[in-house]
Design a binder for this molecule. Structure first.
Ligand code: 4H7
Length: 247
């Protein structure tokens, strides 16, 4: 899968392409990630990418020509890619959109700055996405959020132990508690069951902590959940105990 980001601040993207799982996936040629400087497509002495708004008012607007030329060039090189603009007026990102995007051949992200894009850019945009109802100074951080979440669904990006399908929101429970060495830190011990080597007991304990944490931190997720028989037993055992306690 091919990710291309159109931005006037390509340096912002460098740290993203050059670290962690994204870096490794690029090195292993599982995904491709690159940035294109919109300014390279700007003309005139100052290579301006912004200009004053018609009709007056404060702030600047992204000029249509550099962005149009940049999109057309990147599209020629990646004819099957979808062009996405990140903006507060887009559809809110969620796991369904993330999974859907992960099936595309390539994604081209347009990162707005200033007060936004000249309206004549929009015919070139296939989809508008927002990462949430808040305002950012530019689309770059939003593009990183979308790419990071989408890349996790591309086979081979995550290690063989990890799977996007198993994480929170996929099965609508919060992740179970995690512990690593040392076995005791600042007086807090790792639960004995995790050191027992009894994998049936460990799985049960993980499911129970997962349910507990969801109950306390994200009760909204439980409302949508279809519980397994094992989960129903755990929930019932809590209720039994509650009846004893309040007797
Ligand atoms: C495109 C159009 C995304 C990009 C307008 C981008 C929030 C999100 C931007 C704008 C973004 C998100 C220009 C809108 C400046 C706000 C004050 C860049 N903000 N801006 N205005 N939620 N900003 O995904």
């Amino acid at each position: 899968m091919n990710f291309t980001v159109l931005t006037i601040f390509p340096e912002m993207m460098d740290a993203f392409w050059q670290n962690g799982m994204i870096k490794r996936a690029i090195e292993n040629k599982i995904i491709a990630g690159s940035s294109v400087n919109i300014r390279d497509f700007a003309n005139g002495k100052h290579r301006a990418t912004d200009d004053k708004p018609y009709g007056g008012g404060s702030g600047m607007v992204m000029k249509p020509e550099p962005l149009t030329y940049a999109i057309k060039k990147v599209r020629e090189d990646n004819p099957d890619s979808k062009v996405i603009s990140l903006s507060p007026q887009g559809k809110s990102l969620n796991k369904e959109i993330v999974r859907q995007l992960s099936h595309e051949k390539g994604l081209i992200f347009v990162c707005g700055r200033y007060e936004g894009l000249d309206e004549r850019i929009y015919p070139l945009i296939d989809e508008e996405i927002s990462i949430g109802d808040y305002v950012l100074t530019g689309g770059e951080l939003a593009a990183m959020v979308v790419i990071d979440s989408v890349a996790r669904f591309v086979p081979g990006v995550l290690g063989s132990f990890d799977s996007a399908e198993n994480d929170t929101f996929e099965n609508s429970l919060v992740e179970h508690a995690h512990y690593t060495r040392p076995p005791e830190f600042n007086g807090a011990k790792v639960p004995d069951v995790l050191l027992s080597g009894n994998h049936k007991k460990i799985d049960e304990w993980r499911l129970e902590t997962s349910l507990k944490r969801t109950f306390l931190k994200r009760p909204d997720l439980l409302e949508k959940r279809i519980f397994s028989d094992q989960e129903k037993e755990i929930l019932k055992s809590w209720c039994k105990n509650i009846e004893k306690i309040i007797e």
